[in-house]
Design a protein around this ligand. Structure first.
Ligand SMILES: [Fe+2]
Length: 233
C-alpha cells in the first residue's frame, strides 16, 4: 500500500548531494524496507526544499542544448528525467501537472487523468511547486494470471492530494492510481527504482476489470529480440 511521510525539516540539499546519498544507501529493490524507504523519502523532501536546483538545471540544460553539447537527459511528455543511475538502477524525474491536463491529453491512449493504472516499479513522489495533483488511490493483488477482462478485485483507498512537505511511497504491482489535474500548475519530484518485470495494467474504475496490459519499451524490445531469435531457428 502507499505510505505517507511528513517531514518538518526546511533544510535543502543539492541534486548532487541527493544522488550521492541515494547511491550510498540503495543496493537494489531488496533493500526497500521501511527504514530505507524513510531515508530515501527524507532525502527527496530535502531536495524538494531546494527551490533553486530545478531552475538552475533548466538554465544549464537550455545552455547546453543551445551549444549542442550532449546533456544525457531525456525528455518525455510532461516529464523530465534529470538523473539516471545504471547500477543499481534508479532515476530522478520531474513531472509537470497542468490544471487543464485532462483536456490536453484527451487523445492520448494512456492518459494518466483517465487511465487507472499501476506500475511495476516502486517510487517515491513529493510535491515541488504549486498546490499538487490529486490521486484516487486503489490497491490489488498482483498475479501473472491476470489479463485483459479479468477481475482484479480492486479496492478503493480514497483520494489524496500531494501537498507540500509530504512524500508518498507507491509499492510496485500493488498500488494503482488515477490522477486528477491540480487546481493550478504543479511540479512533482519522483525517485523511481527498477522494474520487477511484472505486467502493468490499466483498470476499469467501475468494475475493477483489467482493460489493458501496458507493455513497456523494455518489454517491447525483449519481445522483438525473442521474435528475431524464433525466426532464426
Ligand atoms: Fe502513474
Amino acid at each position: 500500500m502507499t505510505y505517507s511521510f511528513n517531514f518538518c525539516s526546511k533544510s535543502a540539499i543539492s541534486l548532487a548531494t541527493f544522488v550521492e546519498r541515494i547511491k550510498s544507501h540503495y543496493t537494489g529493490p531488496d533493500c526497500l524496507d521501511r527504514k530505507h524507504v524513510n531515508f530515501f523519502a527524507l532525502q527527496l523532501q530535502l531536495l524538494a526544499n531546494n527551490k533553486y536546483f530545478l531552475t538552475d538545471l533548466v538554465c544549464d540544460n537550455v545552455l547546453k542544448e543551445t551549444l549542442k553539447i550532449e546533456s544525457g537527459n531525456t525528455y518525455a511528455n510532461d516529464s523530465w528525467v534529470i538523473y539516471i543511475n545504471k547500477s543499481p538502477f534508479f532515476q530522478v524525474r520531474v513531472c509537470f501537472w497542468h490544471s487543464d491536463g485532462e483536456k490536453q491529453c484527451q487523445n492520448d491512449k494512456l492518459n494518466v487523468y483517465r487511465c487507472l493504472h499501476d506500475h511495476n516499479f516502486a517510487f517515491l513522489t513529493t510535491n515541488y511547486f504549486g498546490p499538487g495533483y490529486i490521486s484516487r488511490l486503489f490497491q490489488y493483488d498482483y498475479s501473472d494470471e491476470l489479463e485483459e477482462g479479468c477481475d482484479s478485485c480492486l479496492q478503493s483507498l480514497g483520494s489524496h492530494q500531494l501537498s507540500s512537505g509530504e512524500v508518498i511511497y507507491y509499492e510496485p504491482s500493488k498500488d494503482a492510481h488515477l490522477q486528477v489535474p491540480p487546481k493550478a500548475f504543479s511540479i512533482s519530484l519522483n525517485l523511481m527504482f527498477e522494474t520487477n518485470g511484472n505486467k502493468q495494467f490499466v483498470f476499469d474504475i467501475e468494475t475493477g476489470r483489467i482493460v489493458h496490459t501496458v507493455i513497456s519499451s523494455d518489454a517491447i524490445a525483449k519481445q522483438f529480440i525473442k521474435e528475431l531469435v524464433d525466426d532464426a531457428v
